[in-house]
Design a protein around this ligand. Structure first.
Ligand SMILES: NC(=O)c1ccc[n+]([C@@H]2O[C@H](COP(=O)([O-])OP(=O)(O)OC[C@H]3O[C@@H](n4cnc5c(N)ncnc54)[C@H](O)[C@@H]3O)[C@@H](O)[C@H]2O)c1
Ligand SMILES: [Zn+2]
Length: 503
């Protein structure tokens, strides 16, 4: 466990850190102590003697070592995050921000003259430091705690939070009930865009968790994924006087995350975004990777941006209110992720009970999410590996278009996966993998072929936007876990379209 505490001087980083480390039974380090030990002098004296710049250089050197070696609790110095390189060092850490009010800080610090940066008018100095550091803390810290109470109580609160909300990787949190912590993720100004059906099921609760935050319900039919919907959200943001620091919470399935994400990507040239996916599909797919956008009459997802959410908060309890059809649809992408990951992931799916409870789904969903996170981290702008995520999507997209979007994305991808596996199977040899995947998809109630004739798939395939240099590329699978790209001629596409048909 790597947890770092940050906050202004007097926030209680060292005291809370020590208590929390005891509670969690992990080692504790105080960065200031490490710096003094190495320099052989108290931090206050060091800043006086070396000057602030030299002190920060020394602090950075020590944090470089500590952030790699230390596994446990770490109390940062008050200004450690002023150096942007330090925030980078802490990318794999859970950074918790302790933020008592300035009044509390003044009370705690008055009479303490050991802090060189606070000499003079204490309240004015704190105010100044707070104004400068608040944006940094908001960006770097995962969650904020008001930390007004005694250190023991704060340590207990943070401890409970760390146990309830798991860290999956940079910017991705997971936990049943994690929605109850939403207020900690954006302690400043915020607005919530929430899908209509979610608002009906969960809106009251979200309103209680974020009591002072304006909430806007959004009609999330796929045909509302348009610039008109975004325009209505712009008007709302203007009415609410959003500024560059206002966080947008996007609460819903993929449609909501795409549209609210596009609002966040473009309003005032970009606002911080927190994704709260409420469908299984959005948890493993749309909520990861920062692609946001809308459909045009000319085609799906044609206008958009890359805008990484600051956080994605997955709460599997949301899945309890999904219809079986929406749940099954997500399984197509989960099978795709398993094919990209490898054999063991496929086996885990084969062993999962179906119909599955949210508890059954959690481990396979986390696995699928990790596959996407790893691929996106390696190639955020889809210049290389990220194209692998389109496995099965050439036929998938063509089927959606050919049926005028009457076929759901999950159904289309299921057929697309089977088609590409049959297409890639060695000629004339029965391929065990094809049969395995077909059986798996059938078990989830998904189709494995289509009666849409190949002719009707050819035209949309020619128009698919995932082309490069005018040529068409297909994502193929050598074996589970080993995708590769191959150029395809029109004749190849024809054969692929035929593989999608009923035998
Ligand atoms: N940006 C990306 O990387 C990305 C990736 C995959 C999919 N997408 C997009 O996501 C969309 C599909 O996403 P989706 O499957 O999540 O669909 P969706 O957003 O359309 O949600 C499906 C249905 O479930 C309802 N719903 C959502 N959560 C619910 C809950 N907890 N309880 C009850 N009902 C709930 C919704 O109101 C909707 O009717 C498509 O538009 C697709 O293009 C984007
Ligand atoms: Zn997809």
């Amino acid at each position: 466990m790597k947890v770092a505490l940050t906050g202004l001087p007097g926030a209680g980083k060292s005291m809370v850190g020590r208590l929390l480390a005891q509670e969690l039974d992990v080692p504790f380090l105080d960065l200031d102590d490490e710096v003094s030990r190495e320099a052989g002098s108290e931090v206050a004296g060091l800043i006086d003697r070396l000057g602030l710049d030299a002190f920060r250089t020394l602090e950075h050197r020590i944090l470089t070592r500590v952030s790699g070696e230390h596994d446990g609790l770490l109390a940062l110095g008050g200004g450690s995050l002023d150096d942007p390189r330090n925030a980078q060092l802490l990318r794999e850490w859970r950074v918790i921000w302790l933020r008592p009010s300035l009044t509390t800080l003044v009370r705690r610090l008055s009479g303490d003259d050991s802090r060189p940066l606070l000499r003079g008018n204490l309240a004015a100095r704190l105010d100044d430091i707070n104004l400068r550091r608040r944006p940094i803390f908001s960006r770097v810290a995962e969650a904020a705690f008001d930390a007004e109470a005694e250190a023991e109580a704060v340590a207990r609160q943070v401890g409970r939070y760390l146990q309830e909300v798991e860290w999956v990787g940079p910017g991705v949190l997971w936990g049943r009930g994690s929605r109850h912590h939403l207020a900690r993720f954006a302690p400043g100004r915020a607005g919530v865009v929430i899908a209509g059906p979610i608002a009906r099921h969960w809106g009251g609760e979200i309103g209680r968790v974020l009591p002072d935050v304006p909430l806007r319900s959004f009609d999330d039919h796929e045909d509302k994924k348009t610039l008109d919907s975004v325009r209505a959200l712009y008007a709302w943001a203007a009415e609410q006087a959003f500024d560059r620091t206002t966080t947008v919470f996007a609460v819903g399935g993929g449609v909501t995350l795409d549209v609210a994400g596009f609002l966040a990507a473009t309003y005032l040239r970009g606002l911080p975004l927190i994704d709260v996916p409420t469908t299984l599909l959005a948890a493993v797919d749309a909520g990861i990777g920062g692609k946001v956008g809308v459909d045009l009459a000319e085609g799906k997802n044609l206008v958009g941006a890359f805008h990484m959410p600051r956080l994605t908060v997955v709460d599997p309890e949301f899945w309890a209110s999904l219809t079986p059809a929406v749940l099954a649809d997500a399984m197509a992408e989960i099978v795709k992720a398993a094919l990209l990951e490898g054999d063991a992931a496929l086996e885990a799916l084969e062993e999962m009970a179906w119909p599955a409870t949210p508890e059954d789904l959690e481990p396979v969903a986390r696995r699928a999410l990790s596959v996407k996170m790893t691929i996106v981290a390696a190639d955020p702008k889809e210049e290389a590996e990220r194209t692998y995520l389109n496995l099965g999507h050439t036929i998938g997209h063509a089927l959606e278009q050919a049926t005028g979007y009457q076929m759901s994305h999950g159904h289309a991808v299921a057929v697309g996966l089977c088609a590409i596996l049959r297409y890639g199977a060695p000629q004339g040899r029965a391929d065990g993998l094809v049969r395995r995947v077909e059986q798996l998809l059938l078990r989830f109630g998904l189709p494995i072929d289509t009666d849409v004739p190949p002719d009707q798939l050819m035209q949309p395939m020619g128009l698919d936007k995932k082309r490069s240099d005018g040529g068409k590329r297909l994502v193929l699978l050598q074996r589970p876990g080993h995708p590769y790209l191959a150029a395809a001629t029109d004749q190849d596409l024809r054969r692929l379209a035929e593989e999608a048909g009923r035998p």
